[in-house]
Design a protein around this ligand. Structure first.
Ligand code: ATP
Length: 295
């Protein structure tokens, strides 16, 4: 059983003040793009995970795909007797929710392999228990996430948008980026306002207006990511100078996302980003694309 699952970029990531439980209220506009991991599930004596791809992905029970298989097995009352193999193309700790994507893929792969046939609501509920980005990886497309990001409403989008992603050498820890965001706000270096969905962003998506989308992109975690990784400032400038309609850090970073005007423009932009030598890898992609899909 093989399942393909996309990466996400946040078109809007607005972060509210810290709540009593330590989390932040978010307005999170997720957009699934055509960079994919693949998770294969085959029957086995015991739960195991192997990974084909970059270093830094745990292969033990901490792997989010393994946790998803274990949670589903517990839910349906069986042993998690499955061997999972992950082919990673989504950057690790890159702000594109690769681990969450693998968890969503493992949920679907095991649901089919074990003939559990859980309904969508139950899968989404299990997904939310695994992490706030996991439900979106099941859904795909473009969606607004409220709360910790897990309460999802699909967004109407016309056409497709063309992107180029600049992968960095090494990742950034999401909790460290949130902590830096809190630190910058406490020091008065960044405002903290109640997050609201951007009307300009919704209008740009509905009309398929790439220029307006470029202007509406927003990430409250970007100052924190730039503070922890100052070289990202120059990396973003390369895209802007090369004519990107919008340039921003993806989620908690350090992957940089650049919006192009067309497929041809994305190829030109990718060439300029490659020539700059500032990225470990440069990848064109389009969005929105569907969420987890059986191959
Ligand atoms: P997000 O955008 O959701 O904040 P991210 O894209 O920055 O996440 P991930 O690639 O999801 O980060 O991984 C974060 C950490 O999770 C990794 O450093 C790794 O230790 C751990 N992890 C566990 N399972 C996986 C997995 N299947 N793939 C990648 N990382 C995993």
């Amino acid at each position: 059983m093989t399942v393909r699952v996309p990466a996400k970029v946040n078109l809007q990531l607005s972060v509210g003040p810290v709540r009593d439980d330590g989390y932040h209220d978010l307005v999170n506009v997720f957009h699934a793009v055509s960079l994919f991991d693949e998770v294969t599930a085959v029957p086995a004596d015991a739960l195991s995970v192997t990974v084909d791809g970059p270093a830094g992905v745990p292969t033990g029970p901490d792997n989010l795909a393994a946790r998803a298989a274990a949670l589903l097995a517990e839910h349906v009352g069986r042993r998690p007797d499955v061997a999972l193999h992950i082919r990673k193309d989504i950057p690790v700790a890159g702000g594109m929710a690769g681990g969450s994507a693998d968890a969503a893929a493992a949920l679907l792969a095991c649901d089919v392999l074990w003939e559990a046939r859980l309904d969508r609501e139950t899968l989404l509920e299990l997904a939310a228990r695994l992490g706030s980005d996991v439900p979106f990886a099941l859904l795909g497309g473009t969606a607004v996430g409220l709360g910790r990001g897990e309460r999802l409403t699909p967004v109407e989008v016309t056409g497709e948008f063309h992107w180029v992603f600049g992968y960095a050498d090494g990742g950034l820890s999401t909790p460290a980026v949130y902590a830096e965001c809190d630190r910058l706000r406490a020091a008065g270096e960044q405002d903290s306002v109640w997050p609201e969905v951007s009307d300009d962003l919704m209008a740009a998506l509905k009309t398929g207006d790439a220029e307006a989308l470029g202007r509406a992109l927003h990430n409250d975690l970007q100052p924190a990511a730039l503070s922890l990784r100052p070289s990202l400032r120059d990396a973003l400038a390369v895209g802007r100078d090369a004519g990107a309609l919008g340039s921003l850090v993806s989620g908690s970073g350090p992957t940089c996302a650049f919006l192009a005007a067309s497929l041809d423009h994305a190829a030109e932009l990718a060439a300029a980003l490659n020539d700059s030598g500032r990225f470990a890898a440069v990848r064109p992609a389009s969005g929105p694309v569907p969420g987890v899909t059986l191959v």
